[in-house]
Design a protein around this ligand. Structure first.
Ligand SMILES: [Cu+2]
Length: 361
């Protein structure tokens, strides 16, 4: 049965505005820190049948839907068409112009890649970040493995040359199971201002690989409590298994870390890159945030990596911070609760920072 859910929510026009607001130094999207919010619209979740997949990659473009405001559309197919569990499959993501239907050929390199692909299980219990290769003609391919049966969602993050960044999403299933329970997210507990977590490092794109080193990753969200529509900061600290700060983090995809944040309904996608670590050892002063410069990452750094973001609405969010150490990826996920916007906050969120004035809060 085909369940068409026409969830073409209004795209949040936050991203560009936020960028303009954050980049006081005039850094461009590709080099400065940035947060982007994408209100995602996805295909109806359905079993990924081979015929359906083929239809979608053909000129017909029957199944995929695109938001009217998006300039490109994404079609997803896989081989085999019915995605297996625990076995590699090859995914194809075809990007075409939303108006003409012609393939999109040129993409900007953003954080070292033409496309960043975020894949989650719909209950947000599993996360992967991979990089499909552009084969030309708007066709991206990647070979990857899903860990368990259920419903999944992917977010393809790319910037066609000369256009704005786009993040279409697509829902699909693996192992013949098309439904997955809604996320039951429980906010992580704070202790002394930090949420902490023990994780093991893994090779890039292989979150389930065993045998990595153990790390402790801590997160301090600011302000506390977080509120929708306010400039917020996710301050991560990466430590070794014994809690000692790691000071030789490596740049990962041209930044000291990456943070991907999803709302519990998986509709809001935020991808944030770090701010210059200018607050190390100093108390947080949110009023100074507008003055913080975003810059190219140092050659090595840590343990503190800060991400500037702005949550579009109240609710629970899951945030995955990713860092590189000794050639492996450290991925740590935290659940944060974002309270309702204060009166007037929505206005701030769509307003450029005026750096001459401290923020009221
Ligand atoms: Cu990426």
């Amino acid at each position: 049965m085909k369940t068409k859910h026409l969830l073409l929510g209004l795209p949040l026009a936050l991203s560009g505005v936020l960028l303009a607001g954050c980049n006081g130094n005039g850094a461009t999207e590709t080099t400065g820190a940035s947060t982007r919010t994408a209100q995602t619209a996805s295909d109806a979740p359905e079993g990924s049948s081979a015929e359906e997949a083929k239809k979608k990659t053909g000129a017909g473009e029957t199944g995929a839907m695109a938001t009217p405001t998006r300039s490109t559309k994404l079609s997803f197919s896989s081989a085999p068409g019915a995605l297996p569990v625990g076995k590699a499959a090859t995914w194809t993501l075809q990007i075409n112009d939303a108006q003409s239907g012609a393939p999109v050929n040129d993409f900007a390199v953003v954080h070292d890649k033409l496309m960043h692909l975020i894949v989650v299980k719909k209950d947000l219990s599993w996360f992967n970040h991979i990089h499909p290769e552009h084969q030309g003609g708007g066709k991206f391919t990647v070979t990857t493995t899903l860990p368990s049966a259920g419903a999944y969602k992917l977010y393809a993050d790319y910037t066609p040359k000369g256009r704005a960044q786009e993040v279409p999403s697509h829902e699909f299933s693996a192992g013949g199971v098309t439904t997955t329970a809604a996320p039951t997210l429980v906010p992580d507990k704070m202790q002394g201002g930090w949420m902490t977590k023990k994780v093991t490092s893994h090779p890039e794109g292989e979150p389930d690989a065993k045998g990595g080193a153990t790390y402790e990753v801590a997160l301090m969200p600011m302000p506390s409590p977080l509120r929708a529509g306010e400039d917020s900061m996710l301050h991560f600290q990466v430590r070794d298994a014994k809690g000692k700060p790691i000071k030789d983090l490596q740049p990962y995809l041209g930044a000291m870390g990456h943070a991907v944040i999803l709302s519990s309904d998986t509709e809001s996608y935020l991808h944030s890159h770090p701010m210059e670590g200018g607050m190390d050892g100093k108390p947080h002063d949110m009023s100074k945030m507008g003055e913080m410069k975003h810059s190219a990452p140092p050659k090595s750094g840590g343990p503190d990596v800060m991400f500037h973001t702005n949550f579009p609405k109240a609710g629970l969010y899951k945030a995955w911070g990713q860092f590189m150490h000794k050639g492996k990826i450290i991925t740590a996920a935290f659940v944060v609760n974002v309270g309702a916007a204060k009166a007037g906050a929505a206005k701030d969120a769509t307003h450029d920072h005026d750096e001459s004035k401290p923020h009221a809060h």
